[in-house]
Write a protein that binds this ligand. Structure first.
Ligand SMILES: [Zn+2]
Length: 246
């Protein structure tokens, strides 16, 4: 293929634009905030299931507290009724004595039940404290997530803005390179990991970085300036510049 040297140099400009656009596309996909967000979401999910577990535990213990309170209240009511009957002084001496006995045993029963109530209430307090602690962690995590999401969006917006800036002159550059050379470039680029054209710089191919041997160098020296050359090693379009070492 023949192409004026200026078209070949424009091809290097096109390659620089495309390389930068590829880098930006890669950076979009590998933003550090992506991994950070993923990690935070995992933490949030774990915390969420932990909260569900502890809140369930709390409602169970609260039910136990209500039951313990009701048990104590039952005995208190019974004792109050007995006491009222005793205070009224009605009934036989035997009845009154029986009431006194019952009041004593009710007092013992009440003390036992109050111990149970206290124990359950202490447990409820501990579980409540755990719920509060986890809820605090939840808000902390939500704030971190919001922050990371904002940083992610800002970084993405920066990259998109840069991509637009870099791509802006691309159409003009493509026009300057010419359809035939661009077509070859795109074909080679697709087959060569994004790098379709490279400068020959100090006897080295800018694509595969291999130094050209003297046979290849003589061939290149002898080639007309408008001939489109390819690297013998990597088949990329090799563009001669002032730094080629020719
Ligand atoms: Zn090469």
């Amino acid at each position: 293929m023949k192409a004026d040297p200026t078209r070949q140099w424009r091809l290097l400009d096109l390659q620089a634009i495309d390389t930068r656009l590829d880098q930006i596309a890669h950076a979009r996909k590998t933003l550090p905030q992506i991994a950070q967000l993923k990690d935070l979401h995992t933490q949030a999910e774990l915390l969420d299931s932990e909260l569900v577990r502890v809140r369930t535990e709390l409602s169970d213990v609260q039910r136990e507290v209500a039951k313990a309170e009701a048990d104590v209240q039952l005995v208190r009511d019974r004792a109050a009724r007995d006491q009222a009957r005793l205070d009224s002084g009605t009934g036989s001496a035997k009845d009154l004595q029986a009431l006194q006995h019952e009041l004593q045993s009710l007092a013992r029963r009440q003390a036992e039940l109050e111990d149970v109530e206290l124990e359950v209430m202490e447990r409820a307090e501990a579980v409540e404290a755990e719920v509060t602690r986890l809820e605090g962690k939840e808000s902390e995590l939500a704030a971190k997530l919001e922050e990371a999401q904002a940083a992610h969006d800002a970084a993405l917006a920066d990259l998109d803005a840069e991509a637009r800036r870099v791509a802006a002159p691309r159409a003009d550059v493509v026009a300057g390179v010419g359809e035939d050379l661009v077509a070859l470039y795109e074909k080679v680029r697709a087959a060569s990991g994004g790098l379709g054209a490279a400068a020959l710089s100090h006897r080295r191919c800018g694509g595969c970085q291999l130094e050209l041997n003297s046979v290849d160098m003589s061939r290149i020296k002898a080639a007309p300036a408008d001939e489109v050359l390819r690297c013998e090693e990597c088949r990329r379009i090799l563009v001669r510049t002032a730094e080629s070492g020719l």
